[in-house]
Design a protein around this ligand. Structure first.
Ligand code: NAP
Length: 309
């Protein structure tokens, strides 16, 4: 297949490219400086010349709770514009297959876990990432409309739970929970510190999948576009408390100090666990356990830190 992959330099994109199946296909993955997806005309001329068999849309403005709170305008507008430019233009040019990456952040804040795919747009969104969630909801609906108008077009949305792994972001201004925890605990350990701060009381629950496993699913899906449901959660089917993520990370890093809870900080939704009934009925399951995944992400972090020294 000739595959057009957006976000090829990001965590998901690089895990897709690292997968053994990648070498069997021609994959074109321009960086944002080669093709700015906010530039509608350029996206149009690029896709017209390329005529890919399938588009995997894994680009986005992505960040943790701090970045989302600080820049809601960018999270809304950039993700909406990229989604419209890539998805609507691909459809107009007659490209038959597209996988759109959404996020479990788009489920309503009061929805009860496990979150089934039919809950999309079923209620008010979590305010800390509303802009991002609105943009993801728009591209998800756009794919639905395109497939409804022309059933030959297989424009499917994958809704991953939270992700972590190799190529993650460790800068606290942009990082998600696990890389933030890795960095915090590592930095306290190297200076001989004894205490690590945790936002909130640590009881909120989150589901994190290794990005390499999501990449494995994306490759599984490219071979089965007809069988993949219109909107599909991709997750583990179980979650851990924030406290448990800290404990597992501390064990991998070898930190033996204690944790201090900062109850003044925002924690987001109490629980966010996706329903994996549809996913499991396809016969696919994640492969990487939590400790193994944290170890891979920590080794990547150490390589980065050592490289920057
Ligand atoms: N990370 C998670 O926990 C998570 C969870 C659920 C869903 N997702 C979804 O998965 C997808 C990939 O996430 P990720 O974690 O891989 O993100 P990431 O590491 O931040 O990568 C983002 C990618 O988007 C590209 N990009 C951003 N703005 C662009 C623009 N204007 N033009 C062209 N490319 C642009 C970046 O390219 P440059 O580096 O060249 O700028 C980069 O390759 C996103 O749709 C995200 O919403 C992620």
């Amino acid at each position: 297949m000739k595959i057009f992959l957006t976000g090829g330099s990001g965590m998901v994109g690089r895990n897709i490219l690292d997968h053994p199946k990648a070498k069997h296909h021609e994959i074109i993955y321009p960086s944002s400086s080669e093709l700015n997806l906010l530039d509608r005309e350029h996206v149009k001329t690029y896709l017209l010349a390329l005529k890919p068999d399938i588009v995997i849309h894994a680009a986005g403005r992505v960040g943790g709770i701090q970045a989302n709170i600080a820049h809601p305008v960018d999270f809304l507008t950039e993700n909406i514009d990229m989604g419209l430019n890539v998805i609507a233009i691909a459809a107009r040019l007659g490209i038959q297959n597209l996988i759109n990456l959404a996020s479990s952040c788009m489920y309503p804040k009061d929805a009860v876990s496990p979150l089934t795919e039919n809950l999309i747009l079923g209620g008010p969104l979590e305010p800390t990432n509303e802009g991002y969630a609105l943009a993801k909801s728009v591209s998800t609906r756009l794919c639905e409309y395109i497939s409804k108008e022309d059933p030959a077009k297989l424009y499917k949305t994958v809704i991953p739970c939270n992700l972590f792994g190799r190529y993650d972001k460790f800068d606290p201004r942009h990082s998600h929970l696990i890389p933030a925890v890795i960095r915090k605990i590592h930095e306290v350990k190297v200076v001989g510190g004894k205490t690590v701060d945790i936002w909130g009381d640590g009881t909120a629950r989150r589901e994190f999948m290794c990005a390499a496993d999501l990449a494995d699913f994306i490759w599984f899906a490219t071979d089965r576009m007809h069988q993949i449901p219109q909107n599909l959660n991709v997750g583990l089917g179980y979650d851990y408390s924030i406290k448990e993520y800290y404990a597992a990370t501390a064990a991998v890093i070898g930190f033996e100090g204690s944790f201090k809870y900062d109850l003044s900080k925002p924690v987001g939704m109490r629980q966010k666990l996706v329903d994996v009934t549809q996913l499991e009925s396809l016969g696919w399951r994640y492969k990487t356990g939590l400790t193994e995944g944290i170890r891979a992400a920590y080794n990547f972090y150490l390589q980065k830190v050592n490289h920057e020294l």
